[in-house]
Design a protein around this ligand. Sequence first.
Ligand code: PLP
Length: 371
Amino acid sequence: MTDLARATALLTIDVAAIVANWKRLSALVAPAEASAVVKADCYGLGMEHIAPALSAAGCQSFFVACVNEGIALRRILPAAVIHVLSGPLGGDEGEFAAHNLIPVLNSLAQITGWAGFAKKGSGAPAAAIHIDTGMNRLGLSETELERLAAKPEITAAIRPILVMSHLACADDADSPMNARQLTTLRRLASHLPALPQSIAASSGIFLGRGFHLGLVRPGAALYGLNPMPGRPNPMSQVVKLQGKIVQVRDVDSPQTVGYGATHRVEGKRKLAVVAVGYADGWFRSLSNRGHGMIGGMKVPVAGRISMDLTTFDVTDVPAEHAHPGAWIELIGPDLSPDRVADEAGTIGYEILTSLGRRHHRRWTGTETAKS
Ligand SMILES: *Cc1c(COP(=O)(O)O)cnc(C)c1O
């Protein structure tokens, strides 16, 4: 019996759709460069399968969150430009040099530390400078930048190739914060030598050309999440999650379903028990709220989601579709990760990065991606 035949949950990742999404963004922002954010294992979807396809499609620059992710990506892509968003955290500078990883330097302390390392002549790679423009997460403050501007020899020592910042409200095109942050970046960057600049992640790209600058850093949009919540999603869907029905039960008297007896069945109903639960990243907050799709019909979650199982009310679904061994779609064309996130009370990013390790995973379209 094959792994696939044994699987009770099936996660299909359309790599060709990810590549198509990157190409669409790349064309949209040209002549600005489109990089790819591949942190958290490509938002949970498998960097090992996705990064080579993006590289083959022409993507040259990548962003990861931490040095270990950078080392893993370097093994996959020997020649790519790899930025590490957290930068060196003390003692790990040699790893950046050994694996040719570009540190994103987020504070004056990180910059002086890296300059000291670079001056030792240990073959330090170039660096990116992150300026905070209102997010108050990572990045140099205006005061730090002024202090840096007074010491041009430090800036020279780190060989900066990019100045970047990050938008706090890019998914809200009406937020005055967007233009304010862009203006602040331009003003603060004038303290530094003229360098390519970057402020837009997925949503920022759709705020207009003024936000593209030299380079954009999309993550979520590559993986099919809607960069413009509330408007039609311009990106192709990437993820499909299916769960296998392990039992179908008929209930014909008033009863309750699942832990806590939170769902009441009054009359004659048919319930399908599916082998996907919160341990698989199917959020417990979808209890009595989420949906599945089977035989072209949308069916509601009945009762609480447990660790390994979810019960759906499939009363209206013909038996030819709702039977033990049949698949029910939990994420897919009619149930986008954004949609599931809405029902779960979170965002699509958390749905993708929470997808469990118990699914049988398959990656499609890796061949077309290469041609
Ligand atoms: C995660 C991240 C991105 C990508 O953001 P998306 O919204 O997923 O496109 C870009 N830049 C930085 C600094 C990030 O942390």
